[in-house]
Design a protein around this ligand. Sequence first.
Ligand code: GDP
Length: 511
Amino acid sequence: MTSNRRTFAIISHPDAGKTTLTEKLLLQGGAIHLAGEVKARGAARRARSDWMKIEQQRGISVTSSVMTFEKEIDGEVITFNLLDTPGHEDFSEDTYRTLTAVDSAIMVIDVAKGIESQTRKLFEVCRLRNVPIITFVNKVDREGRPLFEILDEVADALALDVSPQNAPLGMGGLFTGVLDFASDTVTRPEGGSKEFLGKREPLGDLPEDLEEEIELTKIGYPEFDLEAYRNGDLTPVFFGSALKNFGVEELIEAIAKWAPPPRPQPAGEEQISPERDEVTGFIFKVQANMDPNHRDRIAFMRQVSGTFKRGMKLTPSGLGKPIAVHSPILFFAQDREIADTAFAGDIIGIPNHGTLRVGDTLSEKNDVRFTGLPNFAPEILRRVVLADPTKTKQLRKALDDLSEEGVIQVFYPELGAQHIVGVVGQLQLEVLISRMEAEYKVKANLEPSPFATARWLKGDDKALDEFEKFNRANLARDRDGDLVFMAKSPWDVNYQEEKNPDLTFSATKER
Ligand code: GDP
């Protein structure tokens, strides 16, 4: 069975046109959840009231995190799950997390600006995770750089093969439409708004200079190759205008045709296939309440396998006992029987009080642990002090096991014998203490540590050795033996970053 799900994100530098393109994609398809608006009929009403209540009472916007729409393409209804990557200027953890949950991405580039800093960073994250990319070169209705210049820049800057699928006929004031290579048809600006309104014409005669440019664009680059694209070695490139609707239809068809359906996800040595019967998934994002008086959160689970049904019991790896998922937020809840059901590739929002954490696996049988999810710099660091000093071995085992599960992170300082545990939320510390006692018979106390956060260090051996010589008191090794800088404050991180340009101080680490 091939899945009709396409779960993807848009990556771009601010202002390239991500928001505009998102709107156009939603309009193309039958958008189900669209900026606070939802069709509420029949069975969908219940789903609607769930998330509306949550949104209104608690002031959080969950609808914009996941946008689901459907479109019939070549006789098959495709369900698109578009995950929003927050549009901060800064490269954020949240963005990284979201990219762990998609199967492919669209990279939007401004035709006048080319590859920008944020595009490059996000691209690197995609490459790290083998996420295949379709490129959309936006704003061809305006003055831009020559086609080959943009194509070569993408190829050189990102070390990718580029395969143009269409070409604008002129840009800016000279823009007269977009030529689609596969169908040899042209879409042209129509009406007062000069938008594409649906008319496709066969390609007639072109002015000589334009014909030459198009010919070179067609023959100068590799042909599309599905395998190369899915391996992340090649990106098909669409030129277009999100604002004027050029290239958007072609883009959406490309996602339907080429973008991978839900992919197997690594769990240790195993790969969990989307065809597996039991429901499995992992939490890639936890949205805390805007109102600090409430501890409610929405955890976003990317479903990896199985058929999820409302009310189902799933066991989160960080908790060890099952929870019933009674009021999931299903982003595709429509006026149909699927309203209470979700499949591999879908995203389920699970309201909770802090029990679910980023990186948690959820499964029906508690027999799967997804790996390859990133670790994030802890926000709370505590020294572990044994009540019975003869139990150091058991303590080490407990800390190693529990960090393996993602319950905590553990750091072994280069100086001194005490272990330090790091967590992102207080609740993890409580879980740690009670599980150490119950499962490992280790009684320990957690005491304040002088550290506020941690950064994974990367650099060449010489730079690392040099840094180690002078900063031993602030260095630790994590469970894998990787070097970690223990910072007393965020300021401390900035200071060391500036002082040591040869080293990177990373707030995340791939598990
Ligand atoms: P984001 O920051 O990437 O989400 O970018 P937006 O979608 O908000 O777009 C940034 C600006 O570019 C807005 O003023 C848009 O109207 C404009 N814009 C987006 N797409 C196009 C396009 O295809 N052509 C033109 N001329 N302007 C565009």
